[in-house]
Design a protein around this ligand. Structure first.
Ligand code: 9YT
Length: 132
């Protein structure tokens, strides 16, 4: 069994990955052998991320804040607030926006699991897990 606490075991360690637009607190990683990774991620207020996880599936559950996701294939914008989940089951090209003054707190699951300190490439992807 694995038992961890965000505040005791993740913050300030290698499992906390900060970028200009988001901070990803990686609770479970590939090395934990679960077949997925689990992140508690903050999207900084006012930021818009252009993402396209070509090598991963991702589900994202909002637990705080307000924003919007744009499905680039359809042009449809979906509001995001506490209780909203989206699943990128088709490697969907999308943008994620945190409204002004609203930090989005998102619980993210990646399959295959993120291995460590991945950040996005120019296309908005993380590299395939086997290249890490
Ligand atoms: C929701 C999302 O994809 N945010 C970007 C960061 C990423 N989810 C991560 O590594 O936690």
């Amino acid at each position: 069994m694995i038992v961890r606490n965000l505040y005791d075991d993740i913050l300030g360690t290698d499992a906390e990955v900060d970028s200009a637009q988001w901070t990803s607190r990686r609770l479970l990683l590939a090395k934990d052998g679960m077949g997925f990774s689990l992140h508690d991620t903050l999207i900084k207020a006012g930021e818009t991320l252009h993402l396209w996880y070509q090598h991963h599936l991702e589900a994202v559950y909002c637990i705080e804040g307000q924003g919007e996701i744009l499905d680039k294939a359809t042009g449809i914008r979906h509001p995001i607030r506490e209780g909203t989940v989206y699943a990128l089951n088709q490697h969907d090209q999308h943008s994620l926006h945190a409204n002004q003054g609203q930090t989005l707190r998102m619980v993210c699951v990646f399959n295959p699991p993120v291995t460590g300190r991945e950040t996005h490439d120019a296309s908005g992807a993380y590299p395939p897990a086997d290249l890490e």
